[in-house]
Write a protein that binds this ligand. Sequence first.
Ligand SMILES: Nc1ncnc2c1ncn2[C@@H]1O[C@H](COP(=O)(O)OP(=O)(O)OP(=O)(O)O)[C@@H](O)[C@H]1O
Ligand SMILES: O=P(O)(O)OC[C@H]1O[C@H](OP(=O)(O)OP(=O)(O)O)[C@H](O)[C@@H]1O
Ligand SMILES: O=C(O)c1cccnc1
Length: 496
Amino acid sequence: MKEFEDDSLMLHTDLYQINMLKVYWEHGIDQRHAVFEAYFRKNPFENGYAIFAGLERIVQYMNALKFTDADLAYLRSLGSYDEAFLDYLRTMEFTLSVRGMREGELCFADEPLIQVEGPLGQCQLVETAILNIINYQTLIATKASRIRTVAGEEDGLSEFGSRRAQEMDAAIWGTRAAYIGGFDSTSNVRAGKLFGIPVSGTHAHSLIQAYRDEYEAFKAYAETHRNVVFLVDTYDTLRSGVPTAIRVAKEMGDRINFVGVRIDSGDITYQSKRIREQLDQAGFPHARIIASNDLDELTILNLKMQGAKVNDWGIGTKLITAFDQPALGAVYKLVSIEDDTGNLVPTMKISSNASKMSTPGVKQVWRITRNSNGKSEGDYVAFNHERPDLLEELYMFHPVHTYINKTLTDFTARPLLIPIYEHGQQVYELPTLEDVKTYAKQNIDDLWDEYKRILNPEAYPVDLSQELYDAKMTSIHEITAKVNEEVKAFQAEEAE
Ligand SMILES: Nc1ncnc2c1ncn2[C@@H]1O[C@H](COP(=O)(O)OP(=O)(O)OP(=O)(O)O)[C@@H](O)[C@H]1O
Ligand SMILES: O=P(O)(O)OC[C@H]1O[C@H](OP(=O)(O)OP(=O)(O)O)[C@H](O)[C@@H]1O
Ligand SMILES: O=C(O)c1cccnc1
C-alpha cells in the first residue's frame, strides 16, 4: 500500500462524482442549489422495519471533508484534471445542509433517511460515503434487532463477529450497530474502547489444546480470572467438559465467580438440556449456558421451540456479515434542482420499474401516532412546507392502492428528519450511544406487534400526502409526454 501523509476520507467517493463535478464546474452550474435524498426501496430481511444507524460516522466524515495536498497530488497523477480544477478543489469549502433521522429511529422503505442540500457539485461528492455508511450500519442494526426479537428480553446477546466481518471498519461499526439494535456486549475490545460498548468473552478451544488437558486448562483459567466461563465442547461435552467445569468450580469455590459454560458445536438443544441438569444437580442453578456456532435468528427460534436451555447467545458471522442479505440497497437521488431562472424545481427519475421511480421534491417524513395508545399508525411523507402536525384531521392513503385509506383525528405527527448541518456547520449534538440504544428500544416498543414478527410482518404504511402524490403524478405525466414528443420528433426526422 502506498504511504500518504494523511488519512483523508475526501476521496472515499466514486470517480464519477468527481467527473460530474468537473462537468458542472466547467459549465458553471456547480453552485446550483440542489437537494438529494437517500432511501431504500425494500425493508431488509423482509423485516417489518429497519433501524436507522450511521449518523455518527457521517458526522465524523462530514467534519473532515477537505481536499488535502495528498488527495490533489493523487488526482493530478491521474492526468485528467488540469491545475485550475485542482485549485478549485483545493479551495472548496463545504457548505452543505444535511437533515437526517436520529440513529435508532425506525425507518421504512421509500422514505428519506438523509437529505443533503447545497451546491450541486458538493452534494454529488458525498453520495458514495453517505450510502456506504448507512447501507451497512442500518442493515446490521436491523439484523441485530431481529435477533433480539427472537431472543426475548431476558437472554444475553454478545457480538462475536470481528474475525468474520468484512474487514476492520465493518467489525467496529458493525458491532456498534448491533449494540444499537439490541445486543448487550461485544467481544471486540477496540469497539469497547472507542464506543464504550460492554466487552465480554470466554475462551477458545486453543486454551485446552495448549494445556492438552481440560482440567489443567480450566484450572489455569480459573486461577487467573474472577469471572469464569468454561468452553466445554473440546473433547466430550457431557462426559468430560461439563463434569470438569463443575469440578474446577467446586475446587475454586468463592475465589471465582463461576458464570457458566459455553458450547460451540453439536446439538445445542440436547446438550443444553443435559448440561442444565448437570449444573443444577451440582448445585449451580445460576450458572449460565452460553451457545455459539453459526447462529442467527432462525436457528435461535428453532432452538427455543425445541426447548433449548440457553441463557446467552454468542453471534458472529451471520450477524456481522448480514449473511442472508448482504446489502440494504439504499440509493441517493436528486429530488430538486435550481433551474435557469433561479427557482428550485422538483425533479424525479421515472422508470418502467415502479420501484425505481423516485418521488420529486424536498420532503419531510412524519411519524403519525394515535394519542389514545401512543402506537405508530404509519409514516406520512409530505412536501417540506406541509404541516400535518397542525391539522385536526389527517387523511392517509396507500401510495399505490389509493382505495386503502383512513382518516385520523386524535393523532400526533412527529417530523423524523432533523437538522444535522446548516450551511456546513454542525448544528446537531450527537447523543451518547446509550441514548441511541434506549431510543431504538423505545421506538420498537411503540410499534404494533404485527409489524415486528420476523416472518411475514404486516406492511407498515408509508403514505404520501395528497399534495405530494398529485405532484408525483403530474411529473410522471409531464415527463412521459415530453419523452413521447421527443421520440416522435426523432422518428419524424429519421423518416425524412
Ligand atoms: N438442535 C438444533 N436444531 C437446529 N439447529 C441446530 C441445533 N443444534 C445446533 N444447530 C445448528 O446447526 C448448525 C450445524 O451444527 P453442527 O452440529 O453441524 O455443527 P458442528 O458439528 O459444530 O460443526 P462445526 O464444528 O464445523 O461448527 C449450526 O448452525 C448450529 O447452530
Ligand atoms: O459461529 P459464529 O456465529 O461466527 O461465532 C463466532 C465463532 O467464532 C469462534 O469460532 P472459531 O473461530 O474457533 O471457529 P469454529 O467454531 O467455526 O471452528 C466461536 O467459537 C464461534 O463459533
Ligand atoms: O468470547 C468468546 O467466547 C468468543 C469471542 C469471539 C469469537 N468467538 C467466541
